[in-house]
Design a protein around this ligand. Structure first.
Ligand code: PMP
Length: 283
């Protein structure tokens, strides 16, 4: 694989960053994951807008103009002949002697790489996910997409250790979001519920696109927090993310939803999302 690091395209074996990089020492950096289908990105503009917002919240400067980043992303897709998967982009405050205070003259580091994934033919999407709930032990600025992902990693591993696929995190009795996705339920009377935007969750790019489809289709939507108990009683559930798209959830803390098969609203929204993505790519 060819990767990009601070101005150079290199084979992954030769790509290095400093051990003094503040991304490594302090998780002082942010990232984005843009989906690729048929060798093309889509919704990348949204990801790059969020990148700039995350950076400005942390007072890290963008190391190059956005159009140069897009050119690098496209070159990586081409050089690696990536058809389906994702492109990862990370910007950190850069390398400096270890000190909690921001360094005066550090240059931000930028790293990009591609990863092949089976998105459209995901077996998990056909079967539906089993999730458990875990306490949300993260910091209070989850709207910033930082590389400090240890709480999410612990949550995901706890799920796998219990034989589940993913974890939904819970704060003050309400679901915030999934370990790496936004969480949705569909009530027995057909309302789609997902947590409202705030600093408690990441403002998902896929969430936004799916909500636009929900509105277009005239489906009922409530943006509000919901409890795990409400989710146990839901007609169906699903999660959204850049690489999972719309992922049906069929089990929550051992309670089976929709007889253990992906529900009609989840399946329909997944189909509509894929259709919309394909339309963007073919345009
Ligand atoms: N919430 C969290 C905690 C995430 O890590 C992610 C994916 N990185 C999402 C939500 C989904 O965001 P997006 O749709 O932009 O991938």
């Amino acid at each position: 694989r060819i990767v990009y690091v601070n101005g150079e395209f290199l084979p992954e074996e030769s790509a290095t960053v400093s051990i003094f990089d503040r991304g490594f020492l302090f998780a002082d950096g942010v990232y984005e994951v843009s989906p690729v289908l048929k060798g093309q990105m889509f919704d990348n503009d949204g990801h790059l807008v969020r990148l700039q917002r995350s950076l400005s919240e942390l007072r890290i400067s963008l190391p190059m103009p956005v159009d140069e980043i897009v050119a690098i992303q496209n070159e990586l897709i081409e050089r690696n002949r990536l058809q389906e998967g994702m492109i990862y982009l990370q910007v950190t405050r850069g390398a400096a002697d270890r000190d909690f205070a921001f360094p005066k003259d550090a240059k931000p580091s930028i790293v990009l790489f591609t990863q092949t994934l089976s998105i459209l033919d995901s077996p998990k999407a056909k079967k539906g996910l089993s999730v458990i709930t875990v306490p949300d032990i993260r910091w209070s600025r989850r709207d910033i997409k930082t590389v400090g992902l240890l709480a999410q990693s612990l949550a995901k591993q706890a799920a796998l250790d219990e034989g589940a696929d993913d974890a939904w995190m819970v704060q003050d009795g309400f679901v915030t979001e999934g370990s790496s996705n936004n969480a949705f339920i569909v009530t027995q009377d057909g309302k789609i519920i997902t947590r409202n935007l705030s600093n408690d969750i990441l403002h998902g790019i896929t969430r936004k696109a799916v909500l636009a489809l929900v509105e277009r289709e005239g489906l009922l939507l409530e943006e509000r927090a919901f409890t795990p108990e409400e989710a146990y009683e839901a007609a169906e559930a699903f999660s959204t993310s850049a690489t999972g798209f719309v992922m049906p959830v069929v089990k929550i803390d051992g309670r089976i939803l929709h007889n253990g098969a992906p529900g009609p609203v989840s399946v329909r929204l997944r189909g509509l999302y894929i259709e919309a993505a394909m339309a963007l790519i073919d345009a």
